[in-house]
Each structure stands twice: as C-alpha cells, then as structure tokens.
Design a protein around this ligand. Structure first.
Ligand code: ARG
Length: 461
C-alpha cells in the first residue's frame, strides 16, 4: 500500500527496487539517539511557543523515552518501508501515543531534522576522536621522555643523515597529532550551529524559537540561512579532511614501526600483544597492526573523496544524494578509532634496542656535518669550503673502510694540515646529539623539556 507518511497523494506504493534504493535505515539507525534528542527539543519548544499543548508535549516525551528503551533493548523493529530512522521513530511514536505523535512534525521537515541529527553525531565523533588523539599523544610523550637520550640514526631519503634521539623522533608525531587535534577543534566550532527550524528549505510560518532548540541541543546558535542549513555538509567534509590528514600521519608512524622492527633494522620490538605469527614460518613476528594502520588511510581518504564527489554540483537546497553522506562518515570514524587505538597500544608496549640504534646512529658517516661545522668554527673556513674538505675526508674514510672517528689525524691532515686532535671531540654520536641545542633541536636536554611540557599540557586538558 501507499506510504503512511505521504500516502494521501499516492494511489499505490513503491516498487521493491524503489524501496531498496531509497531506504537508509540499515545505516542511519546509528542516528537514533540524536534523532530522539532533536525531537525532544523540538517538542518542548513547540509547547513553549504554544503550537502544541503541554499535554501533547508530555505524551511525546513519554513516547520517545519508551522508544529509546525499545531501541536500547533491541526490541524495536526497524522497517525498511519506513525508509529512515526519522520516519521509523515518528511512525512508532504515533503507534504508541496516537494524535499527539502526529503533531510532532509541525514546523519541521526531515531535511532540517537529518541535518541536525548528523551534526550532533559528528560532534560526538569529534569529541571521541579528540580524546583518543590526546591519549596517543600522551603515550608518545611518555615514551619520548623515557628515550630522551637514546641515540638513533636520523634519516633523509631514508639514508643515514645525522644522529637524533628516539625521543625526538617520537615527539615529532606528537606535533603532527596536535595539529590534527587543532583541526578537529576548529571544525567543531564551525559545526556547532543548529539547522533545526529551517524546515524543508524556506523556514516556517509557525512562531518557533530556534534559539531555544539550539541551546537545548548544545549548539552555539541557530544557522543563519535556511537554504544553506539543509543543504550544507561542510561539517562532515571538514571532519573527514581532518581525519584524512590524521590517518596519513598515522600511516607514516605505522610505516616507521614496520621498518624499525624488521630484522635488518632491529631498532624496536613490538609486544606479543601487537604482533602476529606465521602459519608456516615459525620464527616470524609480523607487525600486522602497523601494516593495517598504514593501510586504513585508504578508507579514510576514500571517504573524504566519496562525500566531496556526492556534494559536488548539487543544486540548492536538499537533494536525496545527501543521504549518501552517512556511510563515509561512519566508515572513516570506525577506521580512525581502531587505528588510533592500535597505534596507542603499539607505542605503549614497544621496546627499543638502544644498543643497536646507537650502533647505526654512528655509522654511515653520520657526524660528517659535525666535522664540517668544526672546520667552520675552529679553522674559520667558509661553510662551502668546509663541506668540500669534509667530503674528501669522508671519501678517505670510506676507502679505508673506517668510521670518521677512527680515521687517524694524519689522514685528515693530508686533506687539510690545519686540523688538530680537537676535531675528535665532535665526531662521536653523543657529542653530535648534545650539541644540537638550537630551539627544536634533538639534544637530550631539549627532548626532556619538550616531552615534560607536552605531558603537563595534556594533563591539563
Ligand atoms: N534519509 C534522508 C537522508 O538521510 C532524510 C531526509 C529525507 N528528506 C527528503 N526530503 N526526502 O538524507
């Protein structure tokens, strides 16, 4: 038969395919809490301005409370013929309380309803993801403090560049995540306006109080333009953008974990809890969680592109295309939630092999820059000249098969006779790291200070 909500205009019901392509209940049931919260706020407002009676409002409140209990107890039966969460709840309300239930949709449309529900959902998701981000930052800063003096090779082009500390490296990710958290907080501010009361697209002739519903639902203010309010999904796109950048960061961390725990590197060991074995090779300890964290960015960034493409070229105001906004947001949220948790677990548990890291920190002529800097500081050579002299000394060391610090002074003096014994004081890994005291540099003093500052900041939040 015809639809209960708009059957008046229709002689017969939709085809099975129409019903299937049109229905969103299978995924938008996730919005049930937000939908009930929105309806409670709307009904209270309608009663306050005198559009419905206090008795009707009380009945609506009772009915919606009952429905919430049914959904929680999983006794609520969702009906695909009722299309989405909004009509499923409204139909059940009328079933439970009759006439009063049918008054709830006064001065409202599913267009402003879904825009409101979805904003509420994304707002909660932002809060959840932000909390997890802070937790991962805390774990990284805690481990950074512990490894503030642990030398490791720093890379550019994945070629040994200069010695750094493991703590400094971990803090680099804290910085990235703090920008991610900032983007989420920023998106949340712009999101926090209430579309409810925009109705279908033009507003309403009823004397509604949009400030009241906005305040009840924790929004800062009502949205300003009804056409924009029902057709805007920027809040979801901003959220997905922030998530995409964050997922990219986590994929870099995950990739480094994969590299660090490979046998040729052997810099870290993941705990058994975050490692899998092989069904054929008994020796294997595979970093599957890190690999999946590296891969999840595909889903998250895919969700962003998916929603951007859905929204592109849509004429104002609402169009059914916009129903395709939810799955990408739900999927990206699930992916980032799991990825953050996995990264947090791996970081908390991992053990660094400080001896092996130290060994490689000193190989590959990693203190060549320190030698060049010494030539500038002590012999007053111009840096370009010092760079050239050092290059020749490195070539000599390489030819002799020794590290820079093991090259005899006489060999260095063949390149530049002014070089003295003092040069050896800057050629060790420890000296190199300790000298990097410039703001933001890798010295242990800096790292301890920064890790401690982050921990204080994160505890204050
Ligand atoms: N299920 C719809 C969505 O998620 C609700 C809004 C429907 N509005 C409409 N005019 N058909 O977008």
């Amino acid at each position: 038969g015809a639809n209960v909500q708009w059957g008046g205009r229709f002689a017969s019901g939709p085809s099975a395919i129409m019903r299937e392509i049109n229905a969103s209940i299978s995924f938008d049931k996730a919005l049930w809490r937000q939908d009930i919260a929105g309806s409670l706020a709307h009904a209270a407002m309608l009663a306050k301005v005198g559009v419905i009676s206090a008795e009707d409002e009380a009945a609506i409140r009772d009915g919606l409370d009952g429905i919430a209990k049914e959904i929680e107890a999983e006794t609520f039966s969702f009906d695909e013929a009722l299309e989405d969460i909004h009509m499923n709840i409204e139909a059940r309300l009328s079933e439970r309380i009759g006439e009063a239930g049918k008054r709830l949709h006064t001065a409202r449309s599913r267009n402003d309803q879904v825009a409101t529900d979805f904003r509420l959902w994304v707002r909660d998701a932002i809060d959840g993801v932000s909390g997890q981000t802070a937790s991962l930052m805390r774990s990284l800063a805690t481990r950074a403090l512990e490894y503030a003096d642990t030398a490791m090779p720093g890379f550019t082009h994945l070629q040994t560049a200069q010695p750094v500390t493991f703590g400094h490296h971990l803090l680099a990710y804290v910085e990235m995540l703090s920008r991610d958290a900032g983007r989420l907080a920023d998106a949340r501010k712009r999101l926090n306006e209430c579309p409810l009361g925009s109705a279908a697209l033009a507003g309403t002739s009823f004397p509604i109080d949009r400030r009241m519903t906005a305040a009840t639902l924790g929004f800062d203010r009502p949205t300003a333009n009804s056409l924009d309010a029902v057709s805007d999904r920027d809040f979801a796109l901003e959220y997905l953008s922030a998530l995409s950048i964050m997922a990219m960061h986590l994929s870099r961390l995950a990739e480094e974990i994969v590299i660090w725990c490979s046998a040729p590197f052997g810099f870290i060991r993941l705990s058994d809890a975050f490692t899998t074995g092989s069904s054929i090779m008994p020796q294997k300890r595979n970093p599957d969680a890190a690999e999946l964290a590296r891969a999840k960015v595909g889903r998250v960034a895919g969700s962003l592109i998916s929603l951007l493409t859905v929204m592109k070229g849509l004429p104002l105001a609402y169009a059914k295309d916009m129903q395709e906004d939810k799955v990408p947001v739900f999927e990206a949220t699930e992916a980032i939630t799991l990825t953050l948790a996995a990264c947090d677990g791996m970081i908390r548990d991992l053990l660094a092999d400080a001896g092996r890291m130290r060994q490689f920190a000193g190989s590959g002529f990693s203190t060549a820059t320190d030698l060049a800097d010494w030539l500038v500081r002590v012999l007053k050579l111009p840096f370009r000249t010092a760079h050239h002299v050092t290059g020749r000394i490195v070539a000599r060391a390489e030819a002799d098969g020794v590290d820079l610090s093991d090259l005899p002074l006489s060999a260095m003096q063949e390149v530049d006779p002014q070089i003295t014994e003092d040069v050896f004081s800057v050629l060790t890994v420890e000296a190199s790291i300790a000298s990097r005291t410039s703001e933001g540099g890798t010295s242990g003093v800096n790292v301890r200070q920064q890790a401690a500052a982050w921990l204080t900041r994160l505890d204050g939040e």
